[in-house]
Design a protein around this ligand. Structure first.
Ligand code: FPP
Length: 261
């Protein structure tokens, strides 16, 4: 029991970090956090290392942040790991990114299982290498009954394509009589998206100083709070996640209404 707890607490956590974690938990955490993990390439370049070294370091940060998200009691963590546009990168980099899920899950899956984390994937499966898909499917299958944090990888994901596919699907269902066009509302449309099983993100984090959405969850982020940082993803740590959540806790979400309404 002691070992289990020790492993899952943010590693090397100081007592001040632990205190902060406890007070963040008490103040109420977002149900769903989405992260655009950006800046791996620049992190590597600054160190005269190949870009893939940045991705590898970024993978280690995914572990750290998953542990803390689970510890905080966050319901879902969606990570933008590969976009439908990322295929434009050099083949060597794409190949490297496509083996990361295997490497990550190969060593981390037992811990995810033990800690009640459910692994999911959101994205187009058809173009993914068999080995990548196999690793993700194995993790999803082995964690499907877990009820803790949902660790949702956006892999080969693109929001415009997702929305167009949803529209096509709605049209088909209207033609075949499964759906009545007049009853199509936001909730019904959301059920046609790849994120249908998850609530919309409450908080979006993007690292590396870029202030854009890059085709990520365009429908789902309509009322999400955004938090941007100049920190490059491989340098992102527990303190940064706590900063983001604390900022979120101090925001007033009005969803188009007025305060107190
Ligand atoms: C963007 O940074 C990052 C990516 C396209 C890949 C993100 C992937 C990881 C962080 C690892 C994922 C881990 C698992 C387990 C799947 P960039 O390369 O565009 O950075 P740059 O803008 O500095 O070039």
């Amino acid at each position: 029991m002691f070992n289990k707890l020790k492993r899952w607490k943010p590693q090397n956590s100081s007592s001040s970090l632990r205190d902060r974690i406890e007070s963040v938990k008490k103040a109420g955490v977002p149900s769903h956090i989405a992260i655009i993990m950006d800046g791996n390439g620049r992190w590597a370049k600054k160190r005269a290392m190949p870009r893939v070294a940045g991705h590898h370091e970024g993978m280690k940060v995914v572990r750290k942040i998953t542990r803390l998200a689970n510890e905080l009691g966050i319901g879902a963590l969606t990570l933008y790991a590969f976009s439908t546009e990322n295929w434009k990168r050099p083949k060597m980099e794409v190949d490297y990114l496509m083996q990361l899920p295997e490497e990550f899950l190969g060593s981390f899956l037992p811990e995810l299982i033990e800690e009640n984390v459910r692994v999911e994937m959101m994205g187009y499966q058809e173009n993914l290498p068999v080995h990548t898909l196999r690793a993700i499917n194995k993790a999803s299958e082995e964690t499907k009954n877990n009820t803790g944090l949902v660790l949702n990888f956006a892999l080969n994901y693109g929001s415009r394509a997702e929305i167009l596919d949803a529209v096509r699907h709605v049209l088909k269902d209207c033609q075949s009589g499964i759906m009545d066009a007049n009853s199509l509302n936001e909730e019904a449309f959301s059920s046609y998206l790849m994120s249908s099983k998850l609530a919309d993100p409450d908080l979006l984090i993007r690292t590396s100083g870029e202030i854009r959405l890059s085709n990520f969850m365009l429908w789902q982020l309509a009322y999400t709070e955004f938090w941007f940082t100049d920190v490059l993803w491989p340098d992102f740590n527990e303190e940064h996640l706590l900063n983001a959540v604390e900022t979120f806790q101090n925001r007033q979400r009005r969803f188009g209404g007025i305060q107190g309404s």
